[in-house]
Design a protein around this ligand. Sequence first.
Ligand SMILES: [Cu+2]
Length: 257
Amino acid sequence: MRSARIKLAPLALAGAFALSLAAATPSMAAASDETELMARLTTLNDSGTTGQAWGMLKGNDLKIKVTTTGALPKAPHAQHIHIGGTNTCPAPTMKGTGYQGAIRTTDAVDSYGAVKVSLTAKPGKTDASAALDVPNFPVGNAKYERTITLPAALAADVKAGKGVVVVHGVDHNGNGKYDGKQVSDLDPSLPSEATDPAACGEFDVAQMTMPNGGVQTGGDPTTGVEYAGLLGLGALTAGAGVLGLTAARRRRAGTRP
Ligand SMILES: [Cu+2]
């Protein structure tokens, strides 16, 4: 009986789905205190620097990773979580007070606020006092990871998605190093190039994306939303039910393999 085999397949998949979900992401079912965060870092000041940040906040402990590409090689790049202003990145087209209209760090405080967490390597401090702890920042492209215990108020802000990850250091004149006559708005002993923002990304709470790749062959954007809603209620078994529904819908849509 051909039809019986077709009906069995979704059931087996549903079981696998429930298992993998329970193993991989217990936090979802528990509706726990873990918050996942993501930022896509986009270029400011034509630096050519892009990157991404990922975070997992558990209580007040933030595990954070930052990677960048296109950062000026062999030069330190200060990196922070800023909070304040509108908790957003400035438009890349913003006119600043820096080199040929470049955005300097303080030009954009209305957007991303002040430095609240300094993303230094150990043994650097991680509060605002370490904002320019040059020896402990990544040199060239970042491949950064650290777990930082935040003050409770900051953890709450990060959890609310208010953080903005900013990577600094822009070689405006393209000569391969930080120099130039203009001094930094953060520290007059440094050239402005050393501290101007190079990339920025809003550290948003990650949208819940379900591991549906093994089930769907694509095409139905609404099923992901259904999963999210049901799982929000902590209903693993309901998830299996939705899978059955999805399979039925796909058959109706004539997308059987
Ligand atoms: Cu910063």
